[in-house]
Design a binder for this molecule. Sequence first.
Ligand SMILES: [Zn+2]
Length: 472
Amino acid sequence: MSKFSFEILGRDKETNARLGLIRTRRGDIETPYLVPVATLASVRALGSDDLASLGVQCTLANTYHLHLKPGDELIKRLGGLHRFMGFAGPLFTDSGGFQAFSLGFGREHNISKIGNIFPQELSRVGSSQEKKEGIQDEVDCRVENSEGSMCHCSEENEVLDSIDPGEIYKLNYRRDYGENSDDSRKRSGKVAKKGPKIVKKENLTRITDDGISFKSMADGAWHFLNAEKSMKIQSNLDSDIIMAFDECTSPLSDYEYTKKAMLRTHDWADQSIRYHDKNQAIYGIIQGGWFEDLRNISTEAIASQSFDGIAIGGSLGNSKQDMHQVLDWTLPKLDDRPRHLLGIGEIDDIFECVARGIDSFDCVSPTRIARRGSLFLSPESGGSLQNKFHINIKSARFKSDEMPLDPNCSCPTCRTYSRAYLRHLYVCGELSYFRLATLHNLHFMLRFMEDLRESIRAGTFLELKNKWLRTI
Ligand SMILES: [Zn+2]
């Protein structure tokens, strides 16, 4: 048996937020929790000793990428993923099904799984004053994120291209976006024609009911994954919580395609249940895109299976509001198994999704934006919804700033270094920047999740949410 259980320790009286404890064979995970992503068996720029000293409860690694490099069979021979990466706590692995999107339509359409990257916000944040304040850099980062960071475990572009921060500093990522699609898509079941201008890249996937063929970006060779093989790879990795094999669809996929992919995902869910290593806990993944009837069908199909937990995946529409809608369709129909939202992890999203009953998240964003110069700032230090709780360390205004990054943060970086020093490291492309920045952002998110759990325990969740998300 997998020695997996989930206990709900408390519920918020005013929302659907819940405090929980996931027990796995390698330790417990207090929820709500944001699982740091270790795509290639590494939270980039950090060692597993860093993770231990930060108090990271668990991480999430990537089945597809580890299958390719260094190979799951090799990792098995070396004693499994925990031993290989020197991490003792619980490990999640995803199934490889997300790469159906990130290496497929995600590349071809150059979008994230929330389609238009919130164009209303782009136009707002792109105002001249905010550009002066360096907030445009945040937008630029968002646009970069259209290649994956809103999505779970998607570091494909970075896996190939290690861009140093000095180089990023010189780049201009601005792109123009069209109008957002509206409710017509929902009504007609069709994708609205207007949308982001897209820079097409090669679609590296071929998908049939049998499985997914991936063209390796490294050498052009084709690799085939199906449910049975994904379960075998995840068994070789010996992770503790695995994901059923699925097909993650694009926000630009129409109703018919999304339905086809969803039905395929349900077949693969059956096969995943059958073939998975029974020592591992397994989460099923609800698909169905941004179509209410499909989400309902998928919720019923996945929840009726004997999965240990339920993940919500796939396209979450074109805006944060769409994402909330998907959760409102889905979560009330689920029982008390743990619920994981794949690929989401911004502060406001976490509040909104926890309020709706999500227990765990995974997202590359906190560590990825750190490497690109966006560092978290608490409300006490000036962080707000308007600046996304970030400062952009590349900004010239920090050139001689002797303050710590966030005076209210107790991480090793903030205890030791000034903003001026961090900016200097960033601008010069010093490698130490990556580690110091990642330490801060990860520490910040861990403390944030801790505060969030404490607020549910104390009955002050909405108070905390209002404190963070208040708009001035
Ligand atoms: Zn800090």
